[in-house]
Design a protein around this ligand. Structure first.
Ligand SMILES: NC(=O)c1ccc[n+]([C@@H]2O[C@H](COP(=O)([O-])OP(=O)(O)OC[C@H]3O[C@@H](n4cnc5c(N)ncnc54)[C@H](O)[C@@H]3O)[C@@H](O)[C@H]2O)c1
Length: 361
């Protein structure tokens, strides 16, 4: 067969929910670069459609976008019926731990009912392959470290995490009840960093407390200082310890997960995506200062409800099963060109930094 035709016949279509969001947009770059066609929906509650324009500029390829809420099941069905979809990657969710404790019903409705609507549309259109964005929060306050996939889940410390746990349980039940389902739940640890072009990054429309963008805002003087929540945790320096993973490594993990779904019938399989290397908030700040030569003033505040001391994974199963290897170190996640440090990126309003993470390594 002519090589062009053979390539075309292999092109598969991925339906991505939450595709204008932080992780979704970076993942779409990888999907397009790997030759997948992408249909994406987002309700733009925590992102902007401009992210997809930049994805198209970076890749030179088109993305089909619908502004659509997963709670609008009828429209989701119509979109599914219009396209021939092979896989779903389900990123769309509300994700702020603190907000979820204040507005639990909104979180249960958005995340759990939204997923039920998606599953119904998939079933109605004979689509059974799915990668679900889960989270290390399903492990709660871990009983032992590093956390493997066999660690018990469910003793979750916040509402956001409980929505992820409930969805995992629902997907597990579904895969037990109906043989056709083939689902990988990727339990992310802490995604940070941005596309090396500096054209994409973490650009939320809501207030955020994630460490990396927060430090970025202090670095450029948009915030006077960093508030560190909790200085009395049972960790070497008293601040929370997390396992950071570069968002582009996370993105390539999803592409590997689609390949895995093609090769094996897994029913439901949870896999950790993390490096297995714990970094405290204070270590993070010091490393950032060392790399950028910018002083980050900080103050301590009490612990936040729902936070835990340490979340560090054993990521070896995910790497082995997905034949995937994260390649960006913590230094790469923090590093960007000092000469561009204070450049105001014309497109990334929330972040205002060129995260030129790879260029120097
Ligand atoms: N960023 C993290 O630290 C982290 C860690 C673990 C897991 N996750 C999970 O990864 C996924 C992506 O996270 P992110 O950091 O890219 O968040 P994000 O907020 O940047 O992206 C999520 C997107 O989903 C959209 N969305 C929310 N509810 C929707 C709905 N009902 N219908 C349609 N669109 C909707 C939002 O507008 C947003 O663009 C989420 O499921 C999140 O829970 C994120």
């Amino acid at each position: 067969m002519c090589p062009v035709l053979s390539k075309m016949s292999k092109q598969k279509t991925v339906f991505v929910t939450g595709g204008t969001g932080y992780i979704g947009s970076h993942c779409i770059v990888d999907l397009l670069n790997e030759g997948y066609e992408v249909i994406t929906i987002d309700n733009l509650t925590n992102s902007r459609s401009g992210a997809l324009r930049r994805v198209e500029e970076i890749t030179g390829k088109k993305v089909t976008f619908y502004q659509c809420d997963l709670l609008d099941g009828e429209t989701v069905h119509k979109i599914f019926a219009k396209h021939k979809i092979d896989y779903v990657i389900h990123f769309a969710a509300m994700k702020a731990v603190g907000e979820s404790m204040q507005f639990p019903l909104i979180y249960y409705k958005n995340n759990v009912i939204g997923t039920i609507n998606l599953i119904e549309a998939m079933k109605a259109n004979n689509v059974y392959q799915m990668v679900f964005s889960s989270s290390c929060t399903v492990y709660g306050d871990p009983e032992h470290l590093p956390i493997t996939e066999d660690h018990p889940t469910g003793a979750v410390t916040n509402v956001y995490g409980r929505t992820k746990y409930l969805i995992e349980e629902m997907l597990k039940d579904l895969s037990r009840a109906e043989e056709k389902w083939n689902i990988i739940a990727l339990r992310y640890f802490n995604p940070v960093g941005a596309h090396p072009s500096g054209r994409l990054g973490e650009d939320p429309t809501k207030n955020f407390t994630n460490l990396m963008p927060y430090i970025g805002q202090v670095a450029i003087g948009k915030k006077p200082n960093l508030t560190i929540f909790g200085s009395d945790y049972d960790t070497p320096d008293g601040t929370g310890v997390r396992d950071y993973i570069h968002v582009m490594d996370l993105a390539s993990g999803h592409v590997s997960a689609l390949t895995k779904l093609d090769q094996e019938h897994l029913k439901f399989k949870p896999l950790n995506l993390g490096l297995g290397h714990g970094i405290s908030v204070l270590e993070f700040v010091k490393e950032f200062e060392r790399l950028t030569k910018v002083h980050i003033p900080y103050e301590f505040a009490g612990r936040r409800i729902g936070d835990v001391a340490t979340l560090v994974c054993d990521g070896s199963r995910g790497m082995k099963e997905l034949k995937w290897q994260p390649t960006r170190s913590f230094q790469v996640m923090c590093k960007y060109r000092c000469s561009q440090l204070f450049s105001i990126h014309p497109f990334i309003s929330g972040f205002h930094l060129y995260w030129d993470c790879l260029a120097l390594i």
